[in-house]
Design a protein around this ligand. Structure first.
Ligand code: PMP
Length: 394
């Protein structure tokens, strides 16, 4: 049987990480994989998470299974964090999932179960895993224009033109904030126009929110998701705690199904729990418990918010420093978009050849589509990157 398997393409971003590790040049800079690193190059365990972990170790008395949907206290805490008071609880079904990826996967599975004919519209570009999961699930996928290579902002005209093709029951995948890989985001006027269009057609938004707190702030980054949840008849929301709690390997996510017709909640919740059962049975609980403790304990929550805000501001400062340095070196505002982008990533908007040149000549690693992880920089390396960009003639 195994001889029938074909070699599959390696995940490009993970392969880049391996190439970086193998590079002997001491001055090398890793702007590849999407993990937050502090200025010392460390992905820290957040203080509040560490404190919760210590408390959990002392207080936890059993490792028995929790529930197919995960701990309801976790769902409640996360729903409050993401949706605030935009929607009341009886309108939301939710399951804990292994990471945001698990939530995305379970969301697609729910779509497939409810409406096998649904087509999924995703931004061009999007997080590559969206595309590979959809391909693996054999779901029809259509890309809509999103990034304007000239302005390095959102090509909203192109996006709306492409979304004119959607039909009732289709799914439109949107990044709640901090678009990966571009860093370019819709403004609220644009979100409103998208919602109006989806509602007019009867298409369903699915929001992937993996970076709440990394862009403009915890509340601001949730604004669009809250707006969509409050204004569309049905919405799917896939959330990740990997970045904003720094618990990547704990695999902590949540899938929400938000519906205006609360009478559908029991069946929707049952379907979500059923999908967990079929795919991996009980979802992981350790990370979910830490998140619940941090969000529900006043002191831990305050400390977590402070550290998350410091993280966000560090990335914003690096963005500004890089944009300023490039302005100084080139005498033009061409790279001003770096300061306008939000989240951990920016798409530089250059060719794969230039990305390769940066790697070969300057030991600077970024993803082939010219996505760079801002958190891979620090005050010392920003000028090195800026000079390399200019030297390469980008
Ligand atoms: N969605 C997007 C857009 C992401 O960038 C990520 C993380 N790379 C995820 C979802 C999910 O991450 P995880 O499964 O690690 O929680």
């Amino acid at each position: 049987m195994f001889d029938r398997l074909n070699e599959l393409p390696a995940d490009k971003i993970l392969a880049l990480g391996a190439a970086f590790k193998a590079d002997p040049r001491p001055e090398k800079i890793d702007l590849g994989v999407g993990v937050y690193k502090n200025p010392e190059g460390v992905t820290p365990i957040m203080r509040a998470v560490k404190a919760a972990e210590k408390r959990l170790w002392e207080e936890e008395t059993t490792k028995a299974y929790v529930a197919l949907a995960g701990d309801p206290a976790y769902a409640d805490a996360m729903i409050a964090l993401i949706l605030g008071d935009a929607v009341t609880r009886e309108h939301i079904a939710a399951i804990a999932t292994p990471g945001g990826t698990g939530a995305v996967r379970q969301g697609f599975d729910l779509v497939k179960m409810a409406n096998p004919d649904a087509r999924v519209f995703v931004s061009d570009p999007t997080w590559p895993n969206h595309l590979s999961i959809l391909k693996h699930m054999k779901m029809e996928t259509i890309q809509y224009r999103y990034f304007d290579d000239e302005t390095r902002g959102v090509d909203f005209g192109g996006m709306m033109e492409d979304l004119a093709q959607i039909r009732a029951g289709d799914i439109v995948l949107l990044h709640g904030c901090c678009h990966n890989p571009t860093g370019a985001n819709l403004n609220m006027v644009e979100w409103k126009a998208v919602v109006e269009h989806l509602n007019a057609v009867g298409a369903i938004p699915m929001i992937d929110i993996a970076y709440q707190g990394f862009g403009d702030g915890l509340e601001q980054d949730a604004e669009a998701t809250r707006f969509v949840a409050a204004n569309c008849p049905e919405v799917l929301i896939a959330a990740s705690c990997s970045k904003n709690f720094g618990i990547y390997r704990e695999r902590t996510g949540l899938l929400m199904a938000v519906m205006q017709d609360a009478s559908r909640n029991k069946i929707t919740q049952g379907s979500l729990s059923y999908l967990n059962r079929q795919n991996y049975s009980f979802p992981p609980d350790h990370g979910a418990k830490l998140v619940t403790m941090v969000l529900t304990d006043e002191a831990l929550r305050a400390d977590w918010k402070k550290e998350l805000e410091d993280t966000r501001l560090t990335m914003l400062e690096l963005r500004q420093q890089l944009a300023d340095e490039l302005q100084r070196l080139t005498g033009s505002d061409r790279f001003g978009f770096i300061a306008q982008h939000r989240g951990m990533f920016s798409r530089l908007g250059t060719t794969p050849e230039m990305v390769e040149k940066l790697r070969a000549d300057h030991a600077i690693y970024m993803v082939g589509d010219s996505r760079l992880n801002i958190a891979g920089l620090n005050q010392r390396t920003v000028p090195i990157l800026a000079k390399a960009i200019v030297d390469c003639g980008i």
